[in-house]
Ligand binder design. Sequence first.
Ligand SMILES: Nc1ncnc2c1ncn2[C@@H]1O[C@H](COP(=O)(O)OP(=O)(O)OP(=O)(O)O)[C@@H](O)[C@H]1O
Length: 355
Amino acid sequence: MRLPRWMRYFSPRRGRLVPGPELGARSGIKAGESQLEQVRGVAGYHQSQADIREEDLPDGEVAEAVEIDIEEIVPKLADPTVVAEIVAPERDVHAHVGEPLLSMNNVTVKFGGLTALDDVTFDIKRGEILGLIGPNGAGKTTAFNAMTGVYRPTSGDVVLDGRSVVGAKRNEITRRGIARTFQNIRLFSDMTALENVAVGTDARHKTSVPGALFRTKRHRAEERDAIDRGMALLEFVGIGARATHQARNLPYGDQRRLEIARALATEPKLLCLDEPAAGFNPAEKAELMGLIRKIRDDGYTVLLIEHDMRLVMGVCDRIVVLEFGRKIAEGTPAEVAADPAVVAAYLGVPDDATS
Ligand SMILES: Nc1ncnc2c1ncn2[C@@H]1O[C@H](COP(=O)(O)OP(=O)(O)OP(=O)(O)O)[C@@H](O)[C@H]1O
């Protein structure tokens, strides 16, 4: 995995900041100071409750999770409109609703003799929630991976905002505006929720390494921005009170929310969610639907891979259906649900229909 810029200089170990080999002892940065303590110090957030970590406690004592009162720390975040403004800084995205943001143009992906995606063409339009569905092995994740630079299409093109992303490096694709979450949660488990989101904001920052070392004005401004945006994002996804909790101590549902917050921190044009409801109970699924709609209404475009049909039908504006690597249907949830090819793909074609 390629580490974000700041992580190449710090090794997070059990939640502690240890100057990494590239930075060495010359930096003057105190080993043992947590990332959060650093950024909080810089941004001027003084929290009365300590961020308790297990290794700080005498043997046998158990760390208590500390809920923070977000209104006390960042009073302006008590206003949901302010939170929404910070979360979606480029609000002009609404001006282009309906135009294609990403186009898959005749994309084929082959693995040896296996064709995982076969000449697939569809658009993701700005401001919509597009569902990508299909039975197991249909090619959904392969399509995601072709968009995000994990796989290079064998043929065809993936165009984002008028420019091809084929051949671009993954971090370049992130910078150009595609962010994703994963089927299996991938968080920095020893880092706090806020630190995890701050990692995402790094993709947008421009400070050079010397700039970071000498703490230039721009670097300090970017750190403050990371905290403000990080806190706003945690509040936006509903876990603002858990900002100082280590990711691994968060309940499963909150870890999924944190993944979404981290992806949004890169200020994507397109947010790709890969089975975000896996392992959720019905109440959590209903809450997730609300969050996905909120993300769309805040100006983002969302691509959703999800097996739960109730969720997909309930939240998507349009749906693309794949089967054996081919697109077999595209349309509104109602159109797709009534399409005989889709019904056959999911339920199997009855014997008497083929005889
Ligand atoms: N890296 C790979 N190497 C070889 N075959 C692969 C690779 N990735 C995917 N495949 C194959 O490509 C086909 C499509 O897989 P893909 O994971 O895209 O399907 P999916 O629709 O996401 O399935 P699921 O719903 O089970 O996650 C499958 O037959 C799979 O085994």
